[in-house]
Design a protein around this ligand. Structure first.
Ligand code: ADP
Ligand code: ADP
Length: 239
C-alpha cells in the first residue's frame, strides 16, 4: 500500500528560485527510497515540504491518508510524530545528555528545560533506553551530546526519531558530515530499521554508490524535477 504520494508539487522561494517544479512520486509502506542529485537540486526542500517544515507553493502531498498541505498549524505536531526527521547536522541540544535529547523529541523542548529526567515516567525512560541499546549507545546515555563523535550524534538523532514510533523516516543527507566508517554504521542502522521494524525510509544522498547499495528504489532529482525513478538495477543497466 502507498504511504506517501507526492503530486504536482512545486516550491518557489522568493521571486525567481523554483526549487521544485511539478514533482511526482509515491512511496510504498516499508520501502527504502533514496533521492539523489547534485547540491541545489531541491532534495532538502522536498523533504521539508513533506513534513511541513516549509509549505510547498502548489500540489498535493498525501501521507498515510492525510492531505499534509491542508493541515493547520495545531495539527503539525501529530504529523511530525508520524514522520521522523534526521538531519545532516544532527540538530541535537548539545548541552543536554543523550537520554535527555532522545526523550525531549517526544515530550517537547519545554519539559527538558524544566529540569531533569525525573520529569519522565519509568516507562518512557525504559523505552528510550531500549532504543539507545539498539543503536549501540548504552555506554553513552549520560554523556552530553557535545562529547560525542559525529556518528554517535547521528545515532542519537535516529533514536530520538524512533522514540516517536514514526511510520516514515525522512533523512536529509544523514552521512554527509561523516567519515566512511561512521557512514556505513548509520546506513546499516537505517536499513535495519527499515527491514526489521518496517519503517519506511526516504533519504537524501549525494553519494550514488551508497544509494545503489542500500536502496529498494532511487529517485534522481535535478533542477527541481524528477529525472529518473527506478530500482538500482534499472539505473545501472541504463548507464
Ligand atoms: P539540495 O538539498 O538538493 O541541495 P535545496 O532544496 O537545499 O537543494 O535547494 C534547492 C534550491 O532552493 C537551491 O537553489 C537553493 O539555493 C534554494 N533554496 C533552498 N532553501 C532556500 C531558502 N530558504 N530561501 C531561498 N532559496 C532557497
Ligand atoms: P546544510 O544542507 O549544510 O544544512 P543548506 O544549504 O541546506 O545547508 O542551508 C541551510 C539553511 O539555509 C536552510 O534553512 C536552507 O533552507 C537555507 N538556504 C539554503 N539556500 C538558501 C538560499 N539560496 N537563500 C536563502 N536561504 C537558503
Amino acid at each position: 500500500t502507498t504511504l506517501l504520494d507526492v503530486r504536482h508539487v512545486s516550491k518557489q522561494y522568493g521571486q525567481d528560485t523554483m526549487a521544485l517544479s511539478d514533482v511526482n512520486f509515491s512511496v510504498k509502506e516499508g520501502e527504502f527510497v533514496s533521492i539523489i542529485g547534485p547540491s541545489g537540486a531541491g532534495k532538502s526542500t522536498l523533504l521539508r515540504c513533506i513534513n511541513r517544515m516549509i509549505d510547498a507553493s502548489s500540489g498535493e502531498i498525501n501521507f498515510d491518508g492525510v492531505q499534509v498541505m491542508d493541515l493547520k498549524k495545531a495539527e503539525l505536531r501529530k504529523l511530525r510524530t508520524k514522520i521522523g526527521m534526521i538531519f545532516q547536522h544532527y540538530n541535537l541540544v548539545n548541552r543536554l545528555t543523550v537520554i535527555e535529547n532522545v526523550l525531549h523529541g517526544r515530550l517537547g523542548y519545554k519539559s527538558t528545560l524544566m529540569g531533569s529526567l525525573g520529569w519522565y515516567t519509568a516507562e518512557e525512560k525504559q523505552q528510550a533506553m531500549q532504543i539507545l541499546e539498539l543503536l549501540g549507545l548504552t555506554k553513552h546515555i549520560y554523556k552530553r551530546c557535545d562529547q560525542l563523535s559525529g556518528g554517535q550524534k547521528q545515532r542519537v538523532g535516529i533514536a530520538r526519531a524512533l522514540l516517536q514510533n514514526p511510520k516514515l523516516l525522512l533523512c536529509d543527507e544523514p552521512i554527509a558530515s561523516l567519515d566512511p566508517n561512521a557512514s556505513k554504521v548509520i546506513m546499516d542502522h537505517l536499513r535495519n530499521i527499515s527491514k526489521v521494524m518496517g519503517i519506511t525510509v526516504l533519504i537524501n544522498l549525494h553519494q550514488v554508490d551508497v544509494a545503489l547499495s542500500y536502496s529498494d528504489r532511487i529517485i534522481g532529482v535535478n533542477k527541481g524535477t524528477v529525472i529518473f525513478d527506478g530500482s538500482p538495477q534499472k539505473i545501472t543497466s541504463e548507464e
